[in-house]
Design a binder for this molecule. Structure first.
Ligand SMILES: *[C@@H]1O[C@H](CO)[C@@H](O)[C@H](O)[C@H]1NC(C)=O
Length: 506
């Protein structure tokens, strides 16, 4: 990989550019530096956070041969080179293995190890995120965020320069305001070096989601809160603080900062407008004043490796010192100027909404078999032909609907059991009636994309984008390539996840 410029050099260059007359925008970490609170960690898969940073942003690993590649910005200070990822990951799967620290301190984020809680990998590590689950554009240029399903987590337990004890720090993150859940804990920030709960005040991290086990804000969430360990705080006191507003922005800026007996939560629409302050005041009692910060960094998990949460991270940084509101406001302006926008979640042939389709298996064993539900609501592959019974034809025909959990993708409604859809449950596919819950809608949402093996299309799970619709022993799953379950077996993976989309049988 290219070595990053030293942060000081990067900032001096950027400050020089600003001084010339603000013709060249400074990055978020240039702004923090000029505010006297330099970044000590800077993470983004979408863009450089320093105007002069031209080094690696993140590393991907592909399924076909296990090789890795660093992805950098298109130019110094620029948007990530998504085309380099697309070409490296063409016709295979790709995971994000490393999110590099741009600050020069080497505070890279990698697969989180087991802690108080174990990850789903056989060695107890958390899963890595798909490299393709969160496509966006910045100023019209495509980039990928880090789409984290439950069980996914990154950390650095030997970070350098992150606040410890009661020392002051700040942090911000740009997140997907529509991708969250109520499990613990989608965090970014300062945590325990042991991945274990070592007591109140041993963390100070941005939390995003609608967990109500500790604190909450007004409305039904999601909220930006602060994970201080053994508590998600939305304000001065434990529990509900109505000053912490529910977030309804697609792209959200979350900012948190703390210093002796003072902390704040601020938030904004990352695509327009300015930061609002949801709380600014003294520390809660009960072990949080003074703080006992440990200085590790987590992403997508709690400090004890609680890994039930989901969320999407685009960029974020942590600072030394307590940033002023003015500095954070300038960072927010820079984020708005980056123009985060959604883009297509699908690729390959489009599946017209309302059309009736069939999905034929392509693995050599099974090319006369189609995705079918049986009469006990298991999704299987069955031999179906024009001479099959009308019952079987109905069971093998799917009506394409706008994705119940994300309208950028699709859901598959049963032709013969209207109101029932293909969903995954414990990663097995079942036919189930839409109960209207957020969990159902998300589990029933799939994003078609161009095939992995060249034949047909693949169908990605929206909420587990490392997982594709697969047949294994004639039963349907959402499977990852080489994951921990039997049905994740690498063997004929590419063929098993590739389907020929044809007309429905009825
Ligand atoms: C449906 O398929 C599952 C998995 O093969 C099987 O266990 C179950 O018995 C099948 N149900 C019927 C009614 O055939």
């Amino acid at each position: 990989m290219l070595s990053p410029p030293s942060p000081r050099r990067a900032c001096v260059i950027a400050l020089g550019l600003v001084a010339i007359g603000s013709l060249v925008a400074a990055g978020p970490c240039d702004i923090y530096y000029s505010g006297g609170t330099p970044c000590v960690a800077a993470h983004s898969t979408t863009r450089s956070l320093y105007n002069a940073y031209a080094g690696a942003l993140y590393q991907v690993k592909r399924g076909s041969d296990g090789k890795t590649q660093d992805i950098g910005p298109l130019s110094a200070g620029g948007v990530a080179d998504a085309a380099a990822q697309d070409s490296f990951c063409a016709s295979t799967t790709c995971l994000i293995t490393t999110i590099y620290d741009q600050s020069g301190r080497g505070n890279h984020l990698r697969q989180a190890p087991p802690g108080g809680f174990k990850g789903p990998e056989s060695n107890g590590y958390d899963n890595l995120a798909s490299a393709t689950g969160a496509p966006v554009t910045l100023n019209g240029k495509k980039a990928y965020g880090v789409f984290m399903s439950p069980g996914t987590g990154y950390s650095n337990n030997a970070a350098n320069g992150i606040a410890t004890g009661d020392a002051a720090e700040g942090m911000y993150a740009v997140l997907d305001g529509t991708h969250y859940n109520g499990a613990c804990c989608f965090d970014y920030g300062n945590a325990e070096v042991s991945s274990r709960d070592t007591g109140n005040g041993h963390m100070e991290a941005i939390y995003f989601g609608d967990c109500t086990a500790w604190g909450s804000g007004s409305g039904s969430g999601p909220w930006i809160m602060v994970d201080l360990e053994n508590g998600l705080f939305s304000g001065f006191s434990a529990g509900k603080n109505t000053g912490d507003l529910s977030i309804s922005y697609r792209f959200v800026t979350a900012a948190v900062k703390g210093r002796p007996n003072q902390w704040a939560i601020r938030g904004a629409n990352a695509a327009s407008g300015s930061l609002s302050t949801y709380y600014s005041g003294v520390r809660p009692s009960g072990g949080y004043n003074p703080m006992s910060k440990e200085g590790a960094i987590i992403l997508g998990i709690g400090g004890d490796n609680s890994n039930g949460a989901q969320g999407t991270f685009y960029e974020g940084a942590m600072t030394a010192g307590y940033p002023s509101d003015a500095t954070e406001n300038a960072v927010q302006a820079d984020i708005v100027a980056a123009q985060y926008t959604t883009t297509s979640l699908t690729s390959g042939p489009t599946l017209p909404i309302g059309s009736a389709i069939s999905l034929r298996a392509t693995t050599a064993c099974c090319t006369t078999r189609y995705l079918t539900h049986n009469s006990s609501n298991t999704i299987v592959i069955e031999v179906v032909s024009s001479s099959s019974s009308s019952t079987l034809k109905g069971q093998a025909t799917w009506v394409v609907r706008a994705g119940l959990g994300n309208s950028g993708c699709v859901s598959f409604e049963s032709k013969d059991v209207p109101g029932s859809y293909v969903r995954h449950y414990n990663f097995a596919l079942v036919l189930a009636a839409n109960d209207g819950s957020k969990q159902f809608r998300e589990d029933a949402t799939f994003c078609p994309q161009a095939g992995l093996s060249g034949q047909g299309s693949v169908v990605r799970s929206w909420n587990y984008p490392t997982r594709f619709l697969r047949h294994y022993n004639n039963i349907g799953y959402v499977a990852s390539e080489g994951g921990v379950h039997v049905f994740d077996a690498a063997g004929t993976y590419n063929d098993d996840v590739s389907w020929v989309v044809g007309p429905g049988f009825v």
